[in-house]
Design a protein around this ligand. Structure first.
Ligand SMILES: [Zn+2]
Ligand SMILES: [Zn+2]
Length: 250
């Protein structure tokens, strides 16, 4: 698998685009994990192939995770996309995406020449999407958010979305080659978000090989770089703080 960190930031970070991962899995299937305000322009700077993307995952319905969807869908229409696009997420994903599209570009949804295949993946359910296996678990966030595990024949990755880890997300992350977790703060109890030390313990218990920390609060990011550089020398999972545009290959 290949993971391209299009963005690694929180909602308000003017220097770091919203957290969004472009994943290449299996036999070259392409997935986009979360699509916030800043994601579509980064995505289209990377790809000029209208049919490249197989599926989008939306972890929850905060703007920095799904308000890029109308522009993504519009641009695919403009580029002449014909291939169906899977849009996966929790219950209610279809309603949220269609409402956002209608607000952003009224009357445009029926004009799309490609099919939107909405796939809901509630915790406990397992879905096959483009030859890979997707499953979810609920974490603790200010609105309901699902963490995601994607497995192909060789590797498994975990993406937290926003939120504090739970026993359920730890079970989902067990044995994953790469855990991508949000760590909004450096330390201390943070309501509805992870912090660096919690994430490290989480990845250690889950047995993850690599831990990428994303969605760090913009005022903490520079300090987080120093802290994480120190952690890299300690035992446990290999931990890193990706920069926007970084690629990680499993
Ligand atoms: Zn967020
Ligand atoms: Zn959020």
């Amino acid at each position: 698998m290949k993971i391209h960190f299009l963005g690694v930031g929180e909602a308000c970070d003017e220097r770091c685009p919203n957290t969004s991962l472009h994943v290449t899995a299996g036999k070259g299937q392409r997935f986009l994990l979360d699509c916030g305000f800043t994601t579509p322009h980064l995505y289209f700077a990377l790809s000029s192939d209208q049919d490249e993307l197989d599926a989008v995952w939306i972890s929850h319905f905060h703007g920095d995770h799904f308000f890029g969807m109308p522009l993504l869908l519009l641009r695919f229409w403009e580029m002449g996309r014909r291939k169906k696009l899977v849009i996966a997420g929790q219950q209610g994903t279809r309603e949220k995406i269609t409402s956002a599209m209608e607000l952003a570009y009224p009357g445009f949804l029926p004009r799309l020449r490609y099919h939107l295949d909405f796939v809901e993946i509630e915790p406990g359910q397992v879905r096959e999407i483009a030859g890979t296996i997707w499953s979810t678990a609920e974490n603790i966030h200010s609105q309901r958010c699902l963490s995601l595990c994607i497995a192909d024949s060789s590797h498994r990755i975990f993406y937290s979305g926003d939120g504090r880890p739970t026993r359920e997300t730890e079970t989902l992350a067990a044995g994953c080659d790469l855990i991508v977790h949000e760590a909004f703060r450096l330390e201390g109890e943070v309501e509805n978000h992870g912090n660096i030390m919690n994430c490290l313990e989480f990845a250690g218990r889950a047995g993850g090989k690599h831990l990428a920390l994303v969605h760090v609060e913009r005022t903490c990011r520079e300090t987080a770089k120093i802290k994480v550089a120190g952690l890299e020398r300690s035992s446990g999972p290999h931990v890193f703080l990706p920069e926007p545009g970084d690629m990680f290959v499993l």
